[in-house]
Ligand binder design. Structure first.
Ligand SMILES: Nc1nc2c(ncn2[C@@H]2O[C@H](COP(=O)(O)OP(=O)(O)OP(=O)(O)O)[C@@H](O)[C@H]2O)c(=O)[nH]1
Length: 321
């Protein structure tokens, strides 16, 4: 399964706090950066298509900007240059370079010097920048460049950990073959949906699906073809339910769907939709297969495991002998 970004790259990290990120630790790192550089302002800045947001601002009276502040994406600020070039940027005196004439940090707030480095997610996508600014012209030597890189590594290590942990969490609840929820993932999501349905006074149904004589498919066509059939069952299920419904693979050739029911007729209609969809798939390169489908009207006071057992029993009555 490819590693996906832990946090939606279009969302501000400040608006979507994650327990794995210690903003207090990041705050200490940014404060230390400003202190070591004897600079009036230090920042960790996040970039998204909406612009640049200060995630952390050094805690100093001399710092005019605070965490949460957003600058529009087209503004000619230093951080934008770093995100666009993916390279560090050192401007010792912005007053002597006309390219900063329209920079509000220089001409609005009086900053002269900027040193910043790009911060990346482990997949190489830019998170944003880590930087210091000064009202005076500066003359940083190589030691300072090494220092800011070292401190930046602390932030990137946290981003790596976050991504790795989120990926591991996802693996624990996902079936690797079909990428549906596995039993654990399904049960945990189903539990939440049942609680919500109880509160909202809505009705749920559970559909239990089992491929008929699946062992024979494996025996006659090979395990790889068996796998393809399972993947197709998963695809068919996606097509038959709403994206807000919960689907999962319980193991082997058994699948379930927890769906919102509005009318009594929905049960037969959904079961028919499944049957029609499998018939379509069977017409493709795969061997013909059928699926036994059982369903129950969910008693919202029951535990998920009990609900699954009842739906499984109903499915058995539809098995092709
Ligand atoms: N290809 C493939 N086979 C699997 C996988 N997981 C389980 N199986 C096989 O699925 C088969 C399920 O067999 P059974 O439970 O007897 O089911 P069945 O043959 O469909 O029998 P009925 O349910 O009575 O129709 C077993 O042979 C398992 O080895 C998988 O991920 N891929």
């Amino acid at each position: 399964m490819p590693l996906k970004p832990a946090i939606d790259p279009e969302q501000w990290i400040l608006s979507n706090p994650n327990d794995l990120i210690s903003l207090t630790k990041w705050q200490r790192t940014v404060n230390l950066l400003a202190k070591l550089f004897d600079a009036p302002a230090g920042f960790l800045v996040q970039h998204t298509p909406s612009g640049y947001q200060i995630t952390i601002a050094s805690e100093q009276n001399t710092n005019p900007y605070s965490a949460g502040m957003v600058v529009e994406p087209q503004a000619n600020i230093f951080c934008r240059k770093i995100v666009e070039t993916r390279k560090s940027l050192y401007v010792a005196n912005a007053m002597i370079d006309p390219c900063w004439d329209s920079n509000p940090e220089v001409h609005g707030d009086g900053f002269r010097s900027y040193l910043g480095v790009p911060v990346f997610w482990p997949n190489g996508k830019a998170f944003g920048t880590f930087c210091v600014m000064d009202y005076r012209e500066t003359n940083y030597d190589d030691t300072y460049f090494e220092l800011i890189e070292q401190l930046k590594d602390i932030l990137e290590a946290d981003l790596s950990l976050l991504e790795l942990y989120t990926h591991m969490q996802k693996l624990a609840v996902t079936d690797p073959l079909t990428e549906l929820n596995n039993r654990r993932g399904f049960c945990s999501l189903a539990q939440q949906r049942i609680r919500l349905a109880k509160r909202m006074g809505s009705r749920l149904g559970v559909f239990y699906l089992d491929v008929d004589k699946f062992k024979q498919i494996n025996d006659n066509y090979g395990h790889a073809v068996g796998d393809e059939v399972l993947i197709d069952v998963a695809k068919a299920m996606h097509k038959c339910v709403r994206s807000s419904d919960v689907i999962g693979r319980m193991g082997g050739d058994e699948f379930v769907a927890l769906v919102l029911i509005e009318h009594d007729s929905d049960f037969d209609a959904i079961a028919q939709r499944f049957t029609d969809q499998f018939a379509q798939y069977s017409e493709q390169d795969l061997p013909l297969y059928t699926v036994a489908i059982g369903y129950i009207d969910v008693d919202l006071n029951m535990e998920v495991e009990g609900i699954l057992a009842l739906a499984d029993q109903d499915m058995y009555q539809h098995k092709v002998e």
